[in-house]
Design a protein. Structure first.
Length: 294
């Protein structure tokens, strides 16, 4: 089965792009790569031209998901799988592919109606990424942007879709009071997507995670958030399943961002699926409330 290989980028519709510019650079430690004529911000965290696109005038929610494959043959193979799952797939125009800074792109909506894209050939910049506040670096490469948590209409149906049509594999489950939550991977990163019940607010994004290269990056950012009065959604802690040492902060759009390090890696040749009875080994106070209230 063909599979996507990483989470390449995420697009959001935001009500305050100016605040996102300040937040991305001063709090997250990322760079502004490009400002579009319509006010769109392309945000950089590694050698890619961008990993996040913040489009003005939105409802502060996920606008689209950008998946990646290594080549055109894989792109066509995944397109065939989507077609077999009765998902309508459209070939993007050259102009649309250029807007995403990729060679080629297909577009579709997932089982929940979330706009999704798969591409190959991302634009890579030759100037080295340098954090404006000296974060040592973000852990991306073959593991992609990070991970995100998607609020879905039907967890089992969505799980089947992402496995059979997109080629993702189950890493494990966590048994929360809200239900059994699946975590899926498409590369050595423990999970690239997890599925939770649809949010009461109607929003699709619960949080996204970025992984930094050192525990000092996490600690310094933890203190910075408290100094700058950035809302803390969940305290410093370590997860049971991916072993990430992290905390959760509120973003200018209201959803959470997990900022962590030391995430576990998956070896598909030896990996065994498990179910955990808790989300954290310690800490992360407030996390359950963020999942249940939404």
């Amino acid at each position: 089965m063909a599979s996507v290989s990483q989470l390449s980028y995420l697009g959001f519709g935001v009500s305050n792009p100016q605040e996102w510019e300040r937040f991305a650079t001063e709090i997250l430690g990322m760079q502004i790569s490009e400002r579009g004529g319509d006010g769109t911000l392309m945000i950089r965290m590694d050698d890619r031209h961008y990993r996040f696109a913040m489009h003005p005038g939105g409802n502060d929610d996920l606008a689209y998901i950008g998946w990646e494959v290594p080549d055109r043959a894989t792109l066509m193979a995944v397109a065939d799988q989507l077609g077999a799952a009765r998902i309508e797939v459209a070939q993007a125009t050259p102009e649309e592919a250029h807007a995403r800074r990729v060679v080629e792109l297909i577009k579709f909506r997932d089982l929940n109606g979330v706009a999704s894209e798969i591409s190959y050939g991302p634009m890579v910049r030759q100037d080295r990424f340098v954090s404006p506040r000296q974060v040592s670096g973000f852990t991306t490469g073959d593991c992609g942007l990070g991970h995100f948590i998607l609020a879905v209409d039907d967890i089992q149906a969505s799980l089947d879709f992402y496995m059979t049509a997109m080629g993702l594999r189950v890493s494990d489950f966590i048994a929360f009071p809200a239900g059994k939550i699946p975590f899926l991977h498409c590369n050595p990163r423990h999970h690239t997507i997890a599925l939770i019940p649809k949010a009461r607010s109607g929003k699709r994004i619960n949080h996204f995670m970025v992984e930094v290269n050192s525990v000092d990056d996490v600690g310094i950012t933890w203190e910075l958030c408290q100094e700058r009065k950035v809302p803390i959604v969940a305290s410093l802690g370590r997860h049971t399943n991916d072993k990430m040492l992290s905390f959760y902060m509120g973003s200018p759009s209201g959803f959470a961002i997990e900022y962590g390090c030391e995430g576990r890696r998956v070896d598909d040749s030896t990996w065994k699926v498990e179910m955990h009875d808790s989300g954290s080994l310690w800490g992360h106070r407030g996390l359950m409330g963020s999942i249940e209230r939404r």
